[in-house]
Design a protein around this ligand. Structure first.
Ligand code: HEC
Length: 200
């Protein structure tokens, strides 16, 4: 045994394995908390749910060299100003409907999903809705009956009628308005937006 050099001893490698596993576990736990803080609603890049009461613009930021959401004046969704708790409930309902109806089977959102249909991360800002005044109504009509109210989103494909109720459609729109307000580092890139008030 004495002729085995120190760096080749089994006991050293056993200790190393234990130490490295322990240190990596601590780093992983720290990074998990760190990530959760960054993706929690109400943090710097992910606005609180009540952002659906505000106007959302998407503007090019020269310094960051990418588009980023700009949260503006009051612009309550469906004309209703919601408290933080009510806004959270509505957005949550939209998210659960999004999951229950498996929208990501065709669409992508926040980097997850399929590429059969348009990316929905910034769907709220899509020029396909025509004008800001018409948007809420047209989105609701489209979601509840995509066949009759098909807009041109450039896919040449049609969205099936998912039999969504009015409540579900409104909740989905609230969810999509909220995702439009998330700073996604410019993703999806070079997104052309609906004509926005107040300059470019
Ligand atoms: C079977 C595939 C499929 C499923 C499932 C589906 N969609 Fe679609 N969706 C499409 C297609 C295709 C289009 C594009 C239609 C067009 O180009 O005219 C579309 C378009 C849209 C648009 C307009 C796109 C834009 O850029 O604004 C929205 C909003 C939308 N879908 C929301 C949803 C939601 C919410 C769900 C789940 C409740 C859903 N879709 C489920 C296929 C699907």
């Amino acid at each position: 045994m004495a002729d085995i050099p120190w760096w080749a001893r089994e006991s050293l490698w056993r200790k190393m394995a234990i130490w490295i596993t322990a240190i990596m576990a601590v780093i992983l736990i720290f990074l998990s908390f760190h990530s959760v803080a960054l993706i929690t609603a109400g943090s710097a890049r992910v606005p609180a749910y009540s952002v659906i009461n505000q106007r959302i613009d998407y503007r090019f930021d020269r310094e960051r060299n990418r588009q980023q959401p700009v949260i503006g004046d009051p612009a309550p969704l469906f004309g209703r100003v919601l408290s933080e708790a009510d806004a959270e409930q509505l957005v949550r309902r939209g998210k659960l409907t999004f999951q229950a109806r498996n929208c990501i089977n065709c669409h992508t959102i926040l980097g997850n999903g399929a590429y059969y249909a348009p990316d929905l991360t910034k769907a709220w800002l899509d020029p396909g809705w025509g004008t800001e005044e018409a948007r809420e109504r047209l989105m609701k009509e489209f979601l509840m009956d995509p066949y009759t109210n098909a807009r041109t989103f450039g896919t040449g494909r049609r969205m099936p009628d998912l039999d969504l109720t009015e409540d579900e459609a409104e909740a989905l729109i609230a969810f999509l308005k909220w995702t439009a307000a998330i700073d996604t580092n410019g993703f999806p890139a070079a997104f052309p937006t609906i004509k926005q008030g107040g300059g470019t």
